[in-house]
Design a protein around this ligand. Structure first.
Ligand SMILES: NC(=O)c1ccc[n+]([C@@H]2O[C@H](COP(=O)([O-])OP(=O)(O)OC[C@H]3O[C@@H](n4cnc5c(N)ncnc54)[C@H](O)[C@@H]3O)[C@@H](O)[C@H]2O)c1
Length: 310
């Protein structure tokens, strides 16, 4: 199939691009490289440096006649979304609508959209499933929820088939170490650079971490079956930030004991919930998907990748 991946030079998108290329698909990647890296684009894919909000996107769809669109490009720094909600909305809402509209016009068969558990806001039930209320507490969450509503509009009014995945905390090799939503990548970067990592609060907050290869598998399944619907994509497990730090220490020191791996405790982040955990039961019932990589192995793989590229 001819597949467009937006954000395919980024962390998650580039892993999905690798898998699509390996599966024999004709892959085109659109990315403006704001956080992505051209070196992550697989050899077998065609790379086009383009902003998803630009009108050139419309011409691209007309020329290429994609069968599938996998949309991972986004602005995703929570704090910047608070400081600059307009920019966040331009990329995440208007950019997504431009893609969906171009997909409709050119009869794209299936779309996959990367959403986030940020659409839920504070977790009211644990584990949270797809029936959980959506009351986002950041402009980023609002923008992802708006994208979800547009997806529903295009499904119901135009019969489009769209998979929406609400990701929890995704981690793994190529993770952006400078963002604000990826404690594994951020801490690894600090530890390997000899800087001190700051744990916000006491570090006992629990998060649901999902390894990137499990996310890739879910995207492949959604694409193969042209699934239509909105799904939580998570591990339904809880790991504290302190436990993540302990695992990072263990795996870094197993390779090189000379890294000091220092941490300090800073003030809690406003609105940082004590626990987030999701249920993947809906997606699993439909597809048989289950997370396959535990946090220990996932952190070992991620640590090895960060160490190798130093
Ligand atoms: N990483 C996570 O834990 C997580 C959690 C929930 C949702 N998500 C979603 O998954 C998707 C991928 O996230 P990621 O972690 O790989 O982040 P990432 O920053 O590595 O990837 C995003 C990519 O989009 C590109 N991009 C940004 N703005 C663009 C624009 N205007 N035009 C074209 N390209 C643009 C960036 O250059 C980058 O390559 C995003 O939609 C994000 O909101 C990620």
């Amino acid at each position: 199939m001819k597949i467009l991946i937006t954000g395919g030079a980024g962390f998650i998108g580039s892993h999905i691009a690798d898998a699509y290329v390996s599966a024999g698909h004709d892959v085109v990647i659109v990315d403006d490289l704001t956080t992505g890296r051209e070196e992550f684009v697989p050899k077998g894919a065609r790379f086009i440096k383009m902003d998803i909000t630009s009108p050139e996107i419309d011409d691209l769809f007309e020329q290429e006649k994609f069968q599938v669109v996998n949309h991972h490009a986004a602005h995703m720094e929570l704090r910047v979304s608070v400081d600059k909600p307009l920019h966040d909305a331009e990329v995440n809402i208007l950019g997504s609508v431009r893609l969906l509209e171009a997909a409709r016009r050119t009869h794209v068969h299936h779309c996959v959209l990367a959403s986030s558990v940020a659409v839920l806001g504070n977790f009211l039930t644990i584990p949270a499933d797809e029936t959980h209320p959506t009351r986002p507490i950041s402009p980023y969450g609002v923008s992802k929820l708006a994208m979800e509503h547009y997806a529903e509009y295009f499904r119901t009014s135009h019969g489009m088939r769209i998979t929406v995945f609400r990701y929890t905390n995704i981690y793994g090799p190529r993770q952006n170490p400078f963002g604000e939503s990826g404690v594994v990548g951020i801490f690894l970067n600090k530890f390997l650079n000899g800087s001190v990592a700051t744990i916000h609060g006491d570090g006992e907050q629990l998060r649901d971490y999902l390894y990137v290869s499990d996310v890739v598998r879910a995207n492949l399944i959604a694409t193969e079956r042209s699934l239509n619907g909105t799904f939580m994509l998570c591990a339904n497990s809880e790991t504290s930030v302190n436990e993540v730090v302990r695992l990072l220490h263990e795996h870094i020191h197993a390779k090189d004991a000379s890294f000091p791996c220092e941490v300090e405790n800073g003030p809690s982040k406003v609105g940082d919930p004590p626990i987030t955990r999701g249920s993947f039961a809906r997606f699993s019932a439909l597809s048989g998907w289950k997370p396959a990589t535990g946090i220990d192995h996932g952190i070992a793989e991620t640590t090895a990748w960060f160490l190798n590229r130093r």
